[in-house]
Design a protein around this ligand. Structure first.
Ligand SMILES: NC(=O)c1ccc[n+]([C@@H]2O[C@H](COP(=O)([O-])OP(=O)(O)OC[C@H]3O[C@@H](n4cnc5c(N)ncnc54)[C@H](OP(=O)(O)O)[C@@H]3O)[C@@H](O)[C@H]2O)c1
Length: 321
């Protein structure tokens, strides 16, 4: 039995669709933990067992992990909480339940940076690495998917790319670092969840094929979108003020700023690529053509009445507002 948390999210919904196809051939059953089962695609609803509730809730994970061999673990970022509470606090009931129910293997979504000089002062990334330690301390075999920033964060910039030909971040224009497509994270997770042969604790870097700077991204987007796109760098103080203005928890806002500062200092830049990646890595140019281009060319959404960042679901999405 493989249990999938956050099955309606960016990574989770892709993982669910891969496992629904592949699990029967491996003799695996699937169970999802979901707050609202109506949000699952109709085509999969009768092919998985459903536990309704939040995977941050002790009673829910008690039910969800009974009889589980493997678990996919993903913490939904909570901008209303301090990062320590958001990642380790959310994970604590699950870590207890992994041990109590004798779960064999857990595959979790985490961040690059372990072992670097910046790791202890990298805000949301530091919180994510502490979550990995908590899970590893429960005694399960654990693989932390060590991810850089997602290509998909750029979807938050589709409106400004469409309107002004501009995308914004805080890192130096020539700071090269890996990025990754969420589809590659889901495919890597699927492979590990179906593979019963691994044990112990380790990190698995999941990286796109090249390190890219904001200048590189602008050049490739310009080519793929057929219109000029340029990078605008903003200051960390400007970012902090904006996040606090949206009413984010002050420690979460500081966590985003710390993560951005660490990325500018090279948090992700030294990550080595595995000589044989588990899945073929998606090129940024292909992702632009298939995913960003339709989003930028789509009709602009009606202006939202709300003044708070309703789309704040990932560390990077926070920055996009
Ligand atoms: N973005 C990046 O660049 C980046 C880089 C490295 C690591 N990460 C990590 O990637 C993860 C985010 O992945 P993602 O983009 O796939 O996530 P996502 O799309 O935000 O999905 C998370 C899902 O969790 C569910 N959810 C929200 N609040 C919940 C709660 N309180 N209890 C239970 N479920 C809840 C939501 O589904 P429902 O509304 O249907 O319940 C949502 O679809 C985070 O852990 C982040 O730290 C992100």
């Amino acid at each position: 039995m493989i249990v999938i948390t956050a099955p309606t999210g960016n990574i989770g919904r892709r993982l669910l669709s891969l496992l629904v196809e592949a699990a029967p051939a491996h003799g695996e059953e699937l169970r999802v933990v979901v707050r609202d089962p109506a949000r699952l695609p109709e085509a999969v609803r009768d092919r998985v067992e459903v536990v309704t509730g939040s995977h941050g809730d002790a009673a829910t994970v008690e039910r969800a992990f009974t009889g589980a061999d493997a678990v996919f673990w993903l913490v939904p970022p909570d901008a209303s909480a301090a990062p320590e509470d958001g990642w380790s606090g959310f994970t604590r009931p699950a870590a207890r339940a992994f041990a109590a129910h004798g779960v064999d293997r857990v595959v979790g979504v985490s961040a690059l940076g372990r072992g670097t000089a910046q790791a202890a002062r990298a805000g949301l990334v530091t919180a994510s690495l502490a979550m990995d330690d908590l899970i590893a301390g429960s005694g399960v075999a654990y693989r932390a998917l060590a991810c850089p920033s997602f290509f998909e964060n750029l979807l938050e910039e589709a409106g400004s790319i469409r309107a002004e030909g501009v995308f914004t971040d805080t890192v130096a224009a020539d700071r090269r670092a890996p990025l990754v497509a969420v589809a590659d994270i889901a495919a890597t997770a699927a492979g590990l969840l179906l593979d019963r042969s691994w044990s112990g604790v380790d990190s698995v870097p999941v990286l796109g094929p090249q390190d890219l700077s904001p200048e590189d991204l602008a050049r490739i987007m310009t080519e793929q979108l057929g219109r000029p796109v340029r990078y605008r760098r903003r200051s960390l103080d400007d970012l902090r003020s904006e996040l606090l203005g949206y009413g984010l928890h002050p420690e979460f806002a500081e966590g985003v700023v710390g993560m951005k500062r660490a990325k500018d200092l090279g948090l992700d830049a030294g990550a080595g690529r595995p000589s044989r990646p588990a899945v073929p890595a998606t090129e940024f140019a292909r992702w632009c053509a298939e995913t960003l281009r339709p989003a930028v060319l789509a009709a602009p959404a009606a202006p939202a009445a709300a003044t708070t960042p309703t789309a704040v679901t990932t560390p990077e999405a926070v920055d996009a507002h």
